[in-house]
Design a protein. Structure first.
Length: 440
């Protein structure tokens, strides 16, 4: 398995991901996506949208505001419960999440339980811990010109509530049949106590979430169907290795306050097993809260009948950065070609930042360059994601393209000028074949 430092090094070296605000010394828990990272991230998000929304008749998209009425977070329970157990070392004053520095404890751990474990501070090694206190992870801001309690608002900690607040709008305008889902992609912000593990736990992330509204009598069958579809998406669309994917049935004590059943889909990352994707049965918790807080009726009337009820909800959710890292983990390979070590990013073709790289065999031969430019323009017009490379010798170009995941390299040589064929070299097998330009 690839090591985390290998993936981080590749991301920085090839322009996938850089530390946020790196020129000023960086900012913990923030990351910037470079040209190749933006391309891969967009392809991941587009593939998710196609699988879950465009290829289905029961899904609809929304795009809600990041800053919402603060009553949203009162109704959802985030104002009161969206908190992590914070503990401070009395010796070095480092602050940590208690459940992340001690094995076998949950977020509900008490101060006495934590101190009894005699946990050493990760920074100084001492055991001089203060009391555990709850730290709310929502980023607070102010809306409008006056900075007082009446103007307090929050950057959303999840995209889900923007879906729930638009449920009634969708029902009133489209009136879709149950079951139906509302999907959203977008930024979420969490003031993590101790962001770590590269892009696995950061303070600003992109989420892809669905709230699937169902008749409460059918939640179990819909839950199982969505769980199966999540696995199909991860393996068939994202190209993840099935043996790295594991289902964890979350115990009641560890479930979110709104969940009656949760399955965490975990993945074997280079640093260990971590949550990748979740599936939660939220019952009617959110819609009932909105109904109570807003005074608006959230009931759904079954078409052609007088039956009415507040729908229950099943939520498939995933963080883009976690999926991004899982894709890189499975794609990262090292092998040897003629005794020379190479790094290969064996991405699915639908995810690769570039589909083709076009090169003239020699860049100092105008006739080869001119012909290569013609081929490059034609492929770019057809596929869009095509790159040009005439730096160094052809072997170095191949190594570079292998490392950024380009499936095919197209080389224009002197035979091309005679018969309109090019050499096409495969990233994974390194095999080379002659192909007519018209058949590329």
């Amino acid at each position: 398995m690839a090591k985390m430092e290998d993936i981080v090094s590749l991301c920085k070296r090839r322009g996938f991901i850089w530390q946020g605000s790196d020129v000023y010394g960086g900012m913990a828990g923030t990351w910037d996506f470079g040209p190749l990272g933006v391309s891969l991230k967009k392809k991941i998000m587009d593939a998710w949208w196609k699988y879950w929304v465009e290829d289905r008749e029961d899904m609809y998209g929304v795009d809600a505001a990041i800053i919402m009425n603060p009553r949203t977070w009162v109704a959802s329970g985030h104002t009161a419960t969206f908190a992590d157990p914070l503990v401070e070392c009395g010796a070095c004053h480092g602050r940590f999440r208690a459940d992340k520095i001690a094995d076998g404890i949950s977020e509900s751990v008490t101060t006495e339980e934590f101190k009894a474990l005699n946990v050493k501070c990760p920074t100084c090694g001492k055991t001089e811990w203060g009391d555990i206190r709850k730290f709310n992870m929502m980023f607070q801001t102010h809306v409008g010109p006056v900075d007082d309690d009446s103007s307090i608002a929050y950057l959303r900690p999840e995209t889900a509530q923007g879906i729930f607040t638009n449920y009634k709008n969708v029902v009133d305008t489209l009136y879709p049949d149950l079951p139906f889902g509302l999907a959203q992609q977008g930024k979420a912000f969490r003031n993590e106590i101790s962001p770590r593990d590269f892009i696995l736990r950061d303070r600003e992330c992109s989420q892809m979430e669905i709230e699937y509204f169902v008749d409460p009598k059918t939640w179990e069958e819909n839950f199982e169907t969505l769980l199966k579809q999540q696995h199909e998406f991860l393996t068939d669309v994202m190209g993840l290795e099935a043996e790295r994917i594991h289902d964890l049935e979350v115990e009641e004590a560890d479930r979110a306050h709104y969940s009656k059943r949760t399955v965490d889909i975990e993945f074997d990352y280079p640093n260990g097993r971590e949550e990748l994707m979740g599936l939660a049965y939220r019952t009617d918790f959110d819609l009932q809260n909105i109904q109570r807080e807003s005074g608006k009726n959230m009931e759904y009337i079954v078409k052609g009948t007088t039956e009415r009820f507040v729908p229950h909800v099943i939520e498939p959710s995933i963080g883009v950065e976690r999926l991004f890292l899982a894709v890189l983990t499975c794609a990262y390979k090292e092998d040897e070609i003629n005794g020379e070590k190479r790094v290969v990013l064996a991405l699915n073709e639908n995810l690769a930042p570039y589909r083709f790289c076009v090169s003239p065999l020699l860049k100092n031969k105008p006739e080869l360059v001119e012909k290569a430019k013609e081929v490059y323009a034609a492929l770019r017009k057809k596929y869009g994601n095509v790159t040009w490379d005439d730096s160094g010798n052809i072997g170095k170009r191949y190594r570079k393209q292998d490392e950024i995941g380009t499936p095919k390299c197209v080389v224009i040589d002197f035979d091309t000028l005679e018969d309109d064929t090019v050499t096409v070299r495969d990233r994974d097998t390194t095999e080379q074949v002659r192909v007519k330009i018209a058949e590329l």
